[in-house]
Design a protein around this ligand. Structure first.
Ligand SMILES: NC(=O)c1ccc[n+]([C@@H]2O[C@H](COP(=O)([O-])OP(=O)(O)OC[C@H]3O[C@@H](n4cnc5c(N)ncnc54)[C@H](OP(=O)(O)O)[C@@H]3O)[C@@H](O)[C@H]2O)c1
Length: 212
């Protein structure tokens, strides 16, 4: 597959790039900075582009089979940038006639009880609420795009750099936690789950939690 990877320079994006390249896919990595450190592979091309600009994305999409996103608003930026990015990506995919998208989402949207999302639970940290609410709004844009074959892949509550074990579990719409209630995943194993989903298409039109 030839994959346009948005947010390729980010912490999760770099690991998704490595996982895609290790499995023989060709990757065009996009970020505003246009460079991705640590990746040196003939099947990898790094380009500068703004993911809130639908015109620019439409041009970048030419010749690609699928879009992978690990976009996130940078520290200084308003979390609402996430909604602008989702809107532009959906629009550009329609214009470029590319219909497969796997999006790295936020755990806040996932259910932790019959009626409760993580973002609405008492234990959800106050400082993460603005970005989690923006992620929910961005998800609403995605959910309305029924013409695209999208999958929203949301990590466990805690996602950190770690080991690639190849092990993970997914749950539709739910936070994945272990028997002690710990919800975690390494960024490397999240990347494994991400590329498995991109390749299989089993979770089209689903939001999936990923954890151990
Ligand atoms: N537990 C959880 O739910 C959880 C935890 C962590 C992350 N996440 C999700 O995963 C996403 C990625 O996380 P991360 O830690 O890997 O983020 P990160 O390291 O901040 O990476 C964000 C990436 O997005 C790119 N980017 C930002 N704005 C852009 C724009 N306008 N145009 C093009 N590229 C842009 C950045 O590159 P430039 O700055 O060079 O443009 C960078 O490559 C987050 O947004 C969040 O949704 C979820």
């Amino acid at each position: 597959m030839k994959v346009l990877l948005l947010g390729a320079s980010g912490r999760i994006g770099r690991r998704i790039a490595s996982e895609l390249l290790d499995r023989g896919h060709a990757v065009t990595g996009v970020s505003r900075g246009g460079t991705v450190e640590e990746i040196d592979d003939p099947a990898f091309t790094s380009l500068a582009g703004d993911a809130t600009d639908a015109d620019a994305l439409t041009k970048l999409l030419a010749g690609h089979d699928a879009v992978a996103s690990a976009l996130g608003p940078s520290g200084e930026e308003s979390p609402d940038a996430l909604v602008a990015m989702m809107t532009a990506v959906v629009e550009a995919m329609r214009r470029a006639s590319v219909d497969r998208l796997v999006w790295t989402g936020g755990a806040g949207i996932l259910r932790v009880g019959p009626e409760t999302r993580l973002v609405d639970s008492e234990e959800f940290p106050e400082e993460w609420k603005p970005v989690a609410r923006a992620a929910v709004e961005a998800y609403d844009v995605l959910e309305a795009a029924e013409d695209l074959r999208w999958t929203y892949l949301a990590p466990a509550a805690l996602i950190e750099p770690g080991e690639r074990t190849g092990e993970y579990r997914t749950a539709t719409g739910e936070l994945v936690a272990d028997e002690e209630g710990d919800s975690r995943i390494s960024m490397e194993d999240f990347a494994v789950a991400f590329v498995d989903e991109l390749e299989s298409g089993e979770g089209v039109h689903a939001k999936l939690g990923v954890g151990y």
